[in-house]
Design a protein around this ligand. Structure first.
Ligand SMILES: *[C@@H]1O[C@H](CO)[C@@H](O)[C@H](O)[C@H]1NC(C)=O
Ligand SMILES: *[C@@H]1O[C@H](CO)[C@@H](O)[C@H](O)[C@H]1NC(C)=O
Ligand SMILES: *[C@@H]1O[C@H](CO)[C@@H](O)[C@H](O)[C@H]1NC(C)=O
Ligand SMILES: *[C@@H]1O[C@H](CO)[C@@H](O)[C@H](O)[C@H]1NC(C)=O
Length: 760
């Protein structure tokens, strides 16, 4: 059976390929035109009244039929009240993207493309929070530009994906910043602030530039693996893992990012469907975290509940509305709410609650304040701001900062611009611009391939694909070997593509597909000098063979680096940029796949040989560890002061409420001295970890607690200041999911150095 989502994908493809369908569109529609006297009688149109009152007035004027019509992602116009149609589903994960109910139209009226930033896993590798904010800011500017130009029917954008990259096989791991909850939390906060028009340092954003949505709440990180499917999977999660691993990104996204939306997933969590669970949606998200906005379902997730979690369609409707879900991505609620009302499973008040959250969001977007083009904050953003040079430059910058140098024997890299006379470029990923983009993509402003970019540096470039795609079912090894043996230098572009990892498709192994390894090894053997291997892939691959092969001199992980990726790779290879990215996930050996992907446990279990997950709990061998990444320069990191710090808990009652005055009072600062010993200037992430004296009772071996990224000239030293908040950073989750702070020793760690913090 095709799901709603799949049907819509077909629908969108049709729309995109037939420009005539949409030619009649004009500027964006809006409510409450001040030039239309009929709208002036409505209290909901009076911008001076409190939001609460305006929303109440609007909802009270709607008939039951009108109310029910609004419960899906495709909300039709209510002409009688001057309320235009609104489409809730638009994708913007790393740039304005296809998807959604055809709500974005790149095919008429002047905007055909949008800036494609690196896939999120690459942005994650920058460990640069300011950059994440700027990317969110640029994407929301492009969203407003497209909206103002009449090519978009909504400003509610369904990103970021802040699920944890728990298992290396996950097809959507590429969409996330990585495997660490604190790292993801910071990404979520900065990106959402940028998207919603809040200042970088936080503050109030009553008016929304766009409305961002943190998904998928919660414990969603499996697509289709063996017989397990995201539509039927029941994620069995411990209280301890929920508290310190799965929930923190969502909590931060709501509390500090002020995200105006959460999306609940397809999967169940410990037997309950989050989309139908009042504990997750109402008690935790709204009451404990203070969500100010709406809760959307993943597309078709309410329909999917039928038969699995709810007996009948009307029961699923009731369960979702009673739990606190507000926008059904799908048509289920629009179809079955009448029946649920007739059977007295819900009341009109349940529907009113959903509408209240919906229209409050639409009003905060400024869509009930007259013509958005005349509003002085976002009204002047135009089509000239889409694919603006500054955004395209930012896309290159993000790729430069995110690409990770994994191996560099001697001085294989950087290549010399004057001395490289001929280059053999080999591999299917060298000459396919769409491989650079990853999933949840839009049409990028430029389509430069790595091969194009390298031709700018060396005149004599010979290209051999070697395989007909990343799957590499058969390889033209002889042809590749011939090109390699004739060239001065060889660069191979290998890895994965969306054929191996994407939504609805997990991998079953961690190896390079098909004949890739044989091709790489043969080419390396034939080449005059050690070869350079560039990997394009979202999830990690086990390339132990390349790590140890002396004929492979350098390895670069470029992820899916976006539209600026080709230029960034060439600049790094030829030493115009000094790479500094750090891996945001653990690269496991292939035999890690002997554990089932369906086992959600983060903690290792020696009794069953279960190795645990991510750098926080996995103690086995790695191909490359979390945080790994080389550079053309040598940096050193040390604490500015070796002095022991003492934290006195005093009357602290609970570490759970990190915003409480008791928690705030415990904060202290620590500084890390970073020196670039040269020879090149560069940017390096600085990662501050914490550990306990022993990793017992489920304590992580170590935990990232803060990070930043700093640019240093060769020979320069800088101090990076970190504020340590004991409630956030020194606390741990007990087995029953409580947050506690242990008394006694804790150790802050940066590279090989440690300082002690005693909690008294
Ligand atoms: C939905 O069905 C379940 C199982 O029969 C029942 O326990 C629950 O009360 C029903 N929910 C509503 C809101 O009707
Ligand atoms: C090649 O270099 C020129 C001049 O610096 C630049 O304008 C162009 O965009 C580059 N082309 C590619 C494919 O990188
Ligand atoms: C380029 O890569 C995309 C995405 O993986 C794939 O769908 C397409 O078939 C590839 N094109 C060619 C010519 O190999
Ligand atoms: C890098 O710098 C550190 C600290 O100054 C030094 O101990 C080390 O030998 C240097 N490594 C290289 C490869 O230069």
């Amino acid at each position: 059976m095709k799901t709603y989502r799949e049907n819509l994908l077909l629908f969108s493809l049709l729309i995109f390929s037939s420009p005539l369908l949409a030619l009649s569109q004009g500027p964006p529609p809006f409510s409450c035109d001040p030039e239309d006297p009929s709208t002036q009688k409505h209290a909901f149109c009076k911008a001076t009244l409190p939001l609460e009152q305006r929303v109440k007035d609007l909802v009270s004027q709607m008939t039951l039929e009108e109310k029910i019509s609004q419960l899906g992602d495709d909300g039709p116009a209510i002409k009688r009240l001057g309320v235009p149609a609104f489409k809730w589903w638009t994708e913007a994960l790393h740039g304005m993207a296809y998807g959604g109910k055809g709500s974005i139209r790149f095919n008429f009226n002047g905007i055909f493309k949008a800036t494609s930033f690196p896939q999120v896993i690459v942005s994650g590798a920058t460990f640069n929070p300011q950059l994440w904010y700027k990317i969110g800011e640029a994407i929301s500017t492009e969203a407003r530009g497209i909206y103002n130009n009449g090519q978009l029917d909504g400003l509610t954008l369904w990103g970021p994906n802040v699920n944890l990259f728990r298992d290396p096989r996950w097809g959507r791991g590429q969409e996330t910043p990585g495997e660490d909850p604190i790292h993801i939390s910071k990404y979520a906060v900065m990106w959402v602030r940028g998207m919603q028009g809040e200042p970088m340092g936080g503050g109030e954003s009553k008016k929304l530039k766009t409305a961002a949505c943190c998904k998928h709440f919660t414990a969603y990180d499996l697509e289709k693996w063996g017989t397990a499917s995201r539509f039927t999977f029941d994620a069995v999660v411990t209280e301890q893992d929920l508290e310190d691993t799965f929930q923190p990104p969502f909590k931060s996204c709501v509390q500090d990012g002020h995200a105006s939306c959460l999306m609940c997933p397809f999967n169940r969590v410990n037997g309950v469907a989050p989309c139908g669970d009042p504990n997750f949606l109402t008690k935790i998200a709204r009451e404990e975290w203070g969500l100010d906005g709406y809760i959307a379902s993943d597309c078709d997730a309410i329909g999917v509940m039928v038969g699995m979690y709810a007996k009948t369609p009307e029961n699923a409707t009731a369960v979702a509305l009673k739990a606190g879900m507000d926008v059904d991505c799908g048509v289920h609620l629009q179809s079955f709410s009448n029946l649920a009302l007739a059977k007295k499973m819900i009341t009109e008040a349940d529907i009113d609650r959903a509408l209240h959250n919906q229209f409050a969001t639409r009003m905060r977007l400024g869509l009930f304040d007259g013509n958005p083009l005349k509003q002085n904050d976002y009204g002047s953003i135009s089509k000239n701001d889409v694919c603006a040079q500054a955004h395209q430059d930012l896309a290159v910058q993000a790729a430069l900062e995110g690409i990770v140098l994994l191996k560099n024997t001697g001085t294989v890299l950087p290549l010399s611009k004057t001395q490289v006379t001929s280059l053999a470029v080999i591999g299917p990923n060298a000459n396919n611009a769409s491989v650079l983009i990853g999933n949840y993509q839009g049409p990028p402003c430029i389509n430069t391939t790595p091969l194009d970019a390298l031709k700018n540096y060396t005149k004599d470039v010979k290209y051999v694909a070697g395989c007909n795609g990343a799957a590499c079912k058969s390889a033209a090894i002889d042809q590749a070997v011939e090109a390699a043996s004739a060239a001065d230098h060889v660069v191979l572009f290998m890895g994965l593509s969306l054929e191996q990892e994407r939504e609805d498709l997990d991998r079953t192994d961690l190896l390079l597909p098909g004949s890739q390894q044989e091709l790489i090894t043969s080419v390396a053997k034939a080449a005059k000098k050690p070869v350079i291997l560039v990997l394009l892939c979202g999830g990690p691959v086990d390339i132990s063979f390349a790590k140890t092969d002396p004929k492979i001199g350098a390895i670069l992980w470029a992820g899916y680096p976006g539209q600026g990726g080709a230029q960034a790779i060439a600049q790094i290879l030829f030493g115009e940029y000094n790479p500094g990215g750090k891996l945001p996930v653990t690269w496991y050996p292939h035999d890690y796949t002997s554990i089932p992907m369906t086992n959600m446990n983060m903690r290792a279990n020696p009794a069953t040989n279960y190795p645990g997950r991510t750098y926080r709990f996995y103690q086995g061998e790695t191909v490359f560890p979390f945080g790994y990444g080389l550079s053309y320069s040598n940096y050193s990191y040390e604490f500015a002061s070796e002095e022991k710090t003492t934290v006195t808990l005093g009357g602290l009652k609970s570490a759970a409420n990190n915003k409480s005055p008791e928690c705030q009072k415990l904060k202290f600062n620590t500084a890390v001295k970073v020196t670039n010993h040269g020879p090149m200037e560069g940017r390096t992430p600085v990662l501050l970890f914490m550990r306990w004296p022993s990793a017992t009772e489920g304590r992580p071996t170590k935990q990232l607690i803060e990070f930043d990224s700093v640019h240093l000239k060769s020979g320069e030293t800088a101090q990076v200041q970190f504020a340590v908040s004991p409630c956030d950073h020194l606390s741990r989750a007990t087995e029953d999911g409580k947050r506690v702070i242990d008394k006694g020793s804790h150790f802050l760690m940066v590279e090989g150095n440690e300082v002690e913090v005693t909690v008294a």
